[in-house]
Design a protein around this ligand. Structure first.
Ligand code: SAH
Length: 348
């Protein structure tokens, strides 16, 4: 099969063989990229019209007990400035986010033991009772099954845990030996079973990644069937093992967004901040390639720059309202409109 035929197959059957995915990633031409883009954009349009969902991202802690080789807040980075938001600060981010129209709050952070189950459950209960019309999304890394269950019982609706790479050998090149690929995958599957709307995802262009790895990422998503998929380019951070590695490519990231859209017509697919970081029009291009979510930052401005997963992260100086307004204008300029409903996953 040639690339055009593979794109047709993806559109008609929502899947392809591993060899076909690898072939597409290796051989796609500029014209075929444009065909793929148009098809993915049309697919998103059929399901979501011109609507773009927003998620308010609150970065609750830059402390992390893990040491992922690519991440700027890894525990061995002595230059990282550490902060942790208080319950009051987090609630105040939600208050201002709610007033701006956000109906999903994403609490993301490093793996920080100070965020105990008890404290998080209280926080989740408070947010859910103050704003019964809002979804609470957690993105706090691998916690015990017991902990994830408690947080779910307390009212958390969704959980984002990127698998990072679906290949165990590749995973082990990106993480220290104390971290376990199997545990990450098991945790993801458990999240789905417990009833979280679950987000998996991966970096594009991470060190040692091959087209085979990316095909496996796509097939892993096909198998897991998560409600969300976070895809962004790897971006180096100066204080990490991979400080000198090149960033992930713009076009390759966009191609993967489009392929995921064709394989999962209704999936919630963000145009990520990392994509906006490697190109000034990255997020717009993401939307034009089939993404349908943006995640403006609601974190307190004084801490923004300290949640530095990678270098040159955008939007670290602006207030939430400015970020939202900026995105609203950017989306409008390409014919899309930010909407304020919760934007839950729905079956076709
Ligand atoms: N501690 C949480 C949240 C991680 S930060 C967890 O383990 O899930 C969210 C995502 O940022 C990560 O899943 C990773 O895919 C991404 N990320 C981290 N470092 C990055 C880098 N250098 N470039 C691009 N993305 C990065």
């Amino acid at each position: 099969m040639n690339v055009t035929e593979i794109i047709t197959k993806l559109t008609e059957t929502q899947t392809a063989e591993r060899g076909e995915l690898i072939f597409l990633l290796q051989h796609i031409t500029d014209d075929e990229c444009e065909l793929l883009r148009r098809t993915a954009q049309e697919t998103a349009r059929q399901h979501f019209g011109s609507h773009i969902y927003i998620r308010g991202l609150i970065e609750i802690s830059s402390y992390c007990k893990n040491d992922c080789f690519y991440c700027g807040i890894r525990r061995s980075n002595r230059n990282a400035v550490r902060y942790r938001l208080s319950e009051e600060e987090i609630l105040s981010c939600c208050d201002s986010g709610y007033a701006l129209g956000f109906r999903t709050f994403v609490l993301q952070g490093g793996e920080d033991n100070r965020f105990t189950d008890e404290m998080l459950c209280r926080l989740i209960c408070t947010v859910k009772s103050r704003y019964p019309d809002c979804a609470v999304t957690l993105s706090l890394g691998e916690r015990s099954f017991e902990s994830l269950q408690k947080l779910r019982d307390a009212g958390a609706d969704r959980y984002l845990l990127r698998h990072e790479t679906a290949d165990k050998q590749h995973y082990e090149k990106l993480h220290p030996g104390e971290m376990s690929f199997d545990n990450r995958i098991c945790t993801l599957r458990r999240l789905r079973e417990i009833g979280y709307q679950t987000g998996a995802g991966f970096m594009v262009g991470s060190p040692y990644q091959t087209p085979e790895n990316l095909a496996d990422d796509l097939l892993f998503i096909k198998d897991l069937q998560p409600q969300m998929c976070g895809i962004g380019p790897f971006v180096p951070h100066r204080d990490t093992v991979f400080c000198d590695a090149p960033p992930g490519g713009l076009q390759l990231t966009l191609t993967l967004l489009s392929v995921v859209r064709l394989m999962h017509p209704r999936i919630l697919l963000p145009a990520t901040t990392a994509l906006g970081t490697i190109d000034p029009r990255g997020r717009e291009l993401g939307i034009l390639h089939g993404a349908n979510v943006v995640m403006p930052n609601l974190s307190p401005v004084q801490h923004r720059k300290d949640y530095a997963l990678y270098d040159n992260k955008i939007c670290t100086g602006e207030e939430a309202a400015e970020c939202l307004q900026c995105l609203r204008l950017r989306m409008r300029a390409i014919g899309y409109e930010i909407v304020t409903d919760r934007g839950d996953y729905t079956e076709g």
